[in-house]
Structure formats: structure tokens, C-alpha cells
Design a protein around this ligand. Structure first.
Ligand SMILES: O=P(O)(O)OC[C@H]1O[C@H](O)[C@H](O)[C@@H](O)[C@@H]1O
Length: 529
């Protein structure tokens, strides 16, 4: 059946009360999947067994497309590229344009390991001695992955301190640089294309900063890029350039050279565990039946909530403070991949593609935006995640509270509180009409959907698995929607216009701009003096 016809038919199957569905004892076992160290529960959604079967039927193309991706077929059709981030953590040969890519992947990983070990054990020295700090200069996929992962794996750090500079706003560089000694800092310029204006601007500023203090300004520079001619032009010695191929998308690139700062922080062995965790999920995704396939079920929950129920956003709520950058990471992964308007054939989509993805760690969000999630009129499907154990054994009483809060939120969303229940909680304080009015403000509709992902503890392996789960979820949704999840043409226009606006900020003629832009520019220029 055509996807959108199937979605239309599924709309008639909404409306079950989640609490009623949960009276069926078999539901939690059926709407749950396990893979590697994860258990995923989607029983607190309104997906009935019948609707799940229909959703699974709409995923019929997934196995073939999945196998095509893993086999190196050029499924990124608008750019004519294979999509092989899985090869960066893979073990089996993958043939692209007649040649196996795996020897190159292994060589690069070996070179990264050797360099990371040299930096970590002091064999590679800065001009003022051992490297104490690493600054990764990159943006988008060349920043979010390593920045998120370095923060997530803080308990595993035994290498130099890692910093991340991404924004072209000079404040980002300035605030970071003032904590650093150039003579003991390694600067990593991370850019797949090595043309990104933000990254090159920051990298040149970093080179000038080095030049003020050390003899050889680029001797402590490394580069991560597909464009090795451009890294040489910048002055970075090829021995410190770690290359990758165009079949690695920016937002899928943390597994290879773009992960170098992570490898420097946690060491090659832990980085290997990070890859292993992702590979476990790759194996699960390739072999588990669709109905038990964790990324597939994540995707079906996504399709159910966005395309069927029409909920415009989805919240990612890790009860894991070190995953505080995960929502931002997933915003790029999901919204840049599936924020599309046309099918693979270029026809307008008949409905929305990816939802708005947002979130913050719990419990912080509870004291901020959860009000809207509980009582706002537009339901927000919530994706909770929590570990059985924290990484701070001496603070286990904190972790118990974290788990209790995570489960309490999904329970509150599910159960809600009726008017009668609300009235009962305040009947000793109010009466008559005032009691009714006060009670109305304390009603929770309930029946709000959520899913929960649980795991034993946040380790490199588990983090690798979480990212791979979401990568494959995005892929499955993309296949079902018949969109290209691997290009990002939507970011181009703004870049082109920024280039044309550059001279205007210097005072060049703005007469071809629209009236609003002209007026804003005029005021800004007046204030700039
Ligand atoms: O790694 P780079 O080539 O510098 O690209 C950095 C980022 O910028 C682009 O505009 C894309 O939207 C992102 O997908 C990419 O990750």
C-alpha cells in the first residue's frame, strides 16, 4: 500500500486510551524490544497491536534499502554518494566503485590511534611541552558529535582537556582561548569540506593566536577533512591530516576522524568500545525481524506520532546529565536528515516529513517546560532515557531520585488527574464555585504518549549504541517517507545570502535587498558607527 494511503487509514485507528491498552497484560511484552544493552518500551503510546501491524506493513521497503545502504550502493541519489558511516565501525568488506573501502578505514583508524597515543603519552609535544589541551574547531557534524560524546563520557577521560569552538561569533573563540596556553594546545580543524566559513574563520584566528606565541604556528595543528589539498594550503602537515571519504555524511561522521578529539580524551581502547557499541546495533538492525527491531520500532513510534496523530514536535529527555548535548546532536541528525519537502523523485511530499526535535536533560526540564508537556493543548511525545546506574557510585542516592523522577514523569503523562481527583486534593482549602475553578487548573488530561529507553550505565559502548539507534531510526523513517535523508540542500540558500550580505555589512550598496533587510541593516550600521 502507498505510504500516505496507509497513513490515512491509520488515522482512523487513533484514539485508544493508553491506560486502557495497558490493562492487557501482554502489551508491555509485545511493545518492547531489546538490543545489546538496551530495552526500549513503547507500551505507553496509543499504538494498538493492530496499528503496529499496519505500520510494519508500511515499512516493507526497509530491509532492501537497509541492505543497499550497508552494501555501499549510492543511495544518496542527489549527491550520487554511498552512505557508509556504518563502514567506519564495520568489519566486513564494502565495495564502492569496484574497490573495498575497509583497508582505508582501518589505515585511518590506525593512524588516529597512533597520533592519539603519541599526544596522550607525550611523544608528540607542543612547543612548550606536553599537550594539555585540545581545541576542536568545527561546526555542525564536525562539532556536535565529538562535543556531545566528550561530555557524555567524562568519567572515561584520561587524556588532555578538550574544548570545542564552533560559532563564528568571536565570543566562542575568545572565551575558549583565554583559558589556554598556545604552547601546549593542539588545534584540530574539523571540516569535511574545509570550506565552511565559520570553521575557516576560527581556524585562521587560532593560527594568528599561535603565531603570537610559538615559532611554528601550524606545528600544533591537525586537520580532519575529505579535502586534503585545502588542508595543505592552510599549512597543516599531511602527517597530521586524517582524511575520510564523501560517503560519510557530516552528521554521521563521529565514528571516524571527526571523532579524534573524543579518542584523545578517552583513549583508543575506549574509542574502540564506542565503535563496538554502534556495531552491535548495526548487527541488530540488519538481522532482527522488523517487529523486534529497535530502530524500526523507534521509527514507527515517530511515524505514528507525527504523520498519523499530527503531533508537530518530539521531546528527547535523557535522565542523564552527561547527555545534555544529545538533544542538540539529534536535532542535526534528525532535522537535517529528514526535514525535507520532496520525495526521492522530486515530487512534493503529501504530508510532513520529520518533526521538530527538542529537549533537555531531566530532571532540569521538569522545573521549566514540562508544564506545557503536561497541560498544554498540543501533545508532545516524549522520549525518556535513563541508566540503571549512575557513574558516580558515591552518589547513588542521587541516581535513585533520577530514576524515580524519570518513571514518575511518564506515569504522570499516562495517568493524568481527573477533575474529581484534583478537587479531592484541595477540598479542604476551597469550596463551592471557587473549588471547581481551582480544581480545573489542576486537571491533567493524561493519555500523553511517551517511550522509554533504558540501559545499565552510560559507557562508551552504550553511547555508541544510542547514536546508532537514532541513526537507523532516521534511516527507517526516511525510507518510509521516500525522502533522501542524506543531503541537506536546505542549508545552502542562507549560506549564499550570507556571502552576498558580507560586503553590505561593510557599507556596500544594499538597494537590491528587500525593505525589511535594508531597514535592519541600516539601523545596525548606524549603531556600529
Ligand atoms: O564539516 P563541514 O564541511 O565544515 O560542514 C559542517 C556542517 O555545515 C554544513 O552547512 C552542513 O549543513 C552540515 O551537515 C555540516 O556538518
Amino acid at each position: 500500500m502507498d505510504f500516505w494511503t496507509g497513513i490515512e487509514a491509520l488515522r482512523a485507528k487513533q484514539g485508544a486510551r493508553i491506560a486502557d491498552l495497558l490493562t492487557d497484560d501482554t502489551r508491555t511484552a509485545r511493545l518492547r524490544a531489546a538490543a545489546g544493552p538496551f530495552v526500549f518500551d513503547l507500551s505507553k503510546t496509543s499504538i494498538t497491536g493492530d496499528a503496529l501491524n499496519d505500520l510494519l506493513a508500511l515499512a516493507v521497503d526497509v530491509p532492501d534499502r537497509r541492505d543497499a545502504m550497508f552494501a555501499g550502493e549510492k543511495i544518496n541519489a542527489t549527491e550520487g554518494r554511498a552512505v557508509l558511516h556504518t563502514a567506519l565501525r564495520g568489519t566486513e568488506p564494502v565495495i564502492v566503485d569496484g574497490a573495498d573501502v575497509m583497508p582505508g578505514v582501518r589505515d585511518t583508524l590506525d593512524a588516529m590511534r597512533a597520533f592519539a597515543s603519541d599526544v596522550r603519552d607525550g611523544t608528540f609535544q607542543g612547543q612548550g611541552g606536553r599537550i594539555t589541551d585540545v581545541v576542536n574547531i568545527g561546526i555542525g557534524g564536525s562539532d556536535l558529535g565529538p562535543a556531545m560524546a566528550v561530555l557524555a563520557l567524562a568519567p572515561f577521560h584520561d587524556g588532555p582537556r578538550c574544548h570545542f569552538v564552533s560559532n563564528v561569533d568571536g565570543a566562542d573563540w575568545a572565551d575558549t582561548a583565554k583559558t589556554l596556553d598556545p604552547a601546549t594546545t593542539l588545534v584540530i580543524v574539523a571540516s569535511k569540506t574545509f570550506t565552511t566559513i565559520e570553521t575557516l574563520t576560527n581556524a585562521r584566528t587560532a593560527r594568528d593566536w599561535m603565531a603570537e606565541s610559538v615559532t611554528d604556528p601550524t606545528a600544533q595543528f591537525a586537520a580532519l577533512s575529505t579535502a586534503q589539498d585545502k588542508t595543505s594550503d592552510f599549512g597543516i602537515d599531511p602527517s597530521r591530516v586524517f582524511g575520510f571519504e564523501d560517503w560519510v555524511g557530516g552528521r554521521y561522521s563521529v565514528w571516524g576522524p571527526i571523532g579524534l578529539s573524543l579518542m584523545l580524551a578517552i583513549g583508543p581502547r575506549n574509542f574502540d568500545a564506542f565503535l563496538t557499541g554502534a556495531r552491535q546495533i548495526d548487527d541488530h538492525f540488519r538481522t532482527a525481524p522488523l517487529a523486534e527491531n529497535l530502530p524500526v520500532l523507534l521509527a514507527l513510534a515517530g511515524i505514528w506520532h507525527h504523520q498519523v496523530c499530527g503531533y508537530p514536535t518530539r521531546a528527547v529527555l535523557p535522565y542523564d546529565n552527561r547527555l545534555s548535548r544529545l538533544p542538540a546532536y539529534l536535532q542535526q541528525l534528525e532535522m537535517e536528515s529528514n526535514g525535507k519537502g520532496v520525495t526521492m523523485a522530486g515530487d512534493p511530499l503529501q504530508g510532513p516529513a520529520g518533526p521538530v526535535v527538542w529537549g533537555e536533560p531531566g530532571t532540569n526540564g521538569q522545573h521549566a517546560f514540562y508544564q506545557l508537556i503536561h497541560q498544554g493543548k498540543t501533545p508532545v511525545p516524549c522520549e525518556f532515557m535513563v541508566a540503571a546506574e549512575g557513574s558516580e557510585p558515591l552518589l547513588d542516592h542521587h541516581h535513585k531520585l533520577l530514576i524515580a523522577n524519570c518513571l514518575a514523569q511518564s506515569e504522570a503523562l499516562l495517568k493524568g488527574r481527573s477533575h474529581a481527583e484534583a478537587r479531592a486534593t484541595i477540598a479542604n482549602r476551597f469550596e463551592g464555585e471557587e473549588l471547581e475553578r481551582q480544581a480545573a487548573h489542576r486537571v491533567f488530561e493524561g493519555n500523553r504518549p511517551s517511550t522509554t529507553l533504558i540501559y545499565p550505565r552510560l559507557t562508551p559502548e552504550v553511547l555508541g549504541g544510542i547514536i546508532a539507534l537514532y541513526e537507523h531510526r532516521v534511516f527507517v523513517e526516511g525510507v518510509m517517507l521516500d525522502i533522501n535523508s542524506f543531503d541537506q540542500w536546505g542549508v545552502e540558500l542562507g549560506k549564499e545570502l550570507a556571502t552576498s550580505l558580507g560586503p553590505l555589512v561593510d557599507g556596500a550598496d544594499a538597494s537590491d535587498k528587500d525593505a525589511s533587510t535594508r531597514a535592519l541593516l541600516e539601523q545596525l550600521l548606524e549603531w556600529r558607527g
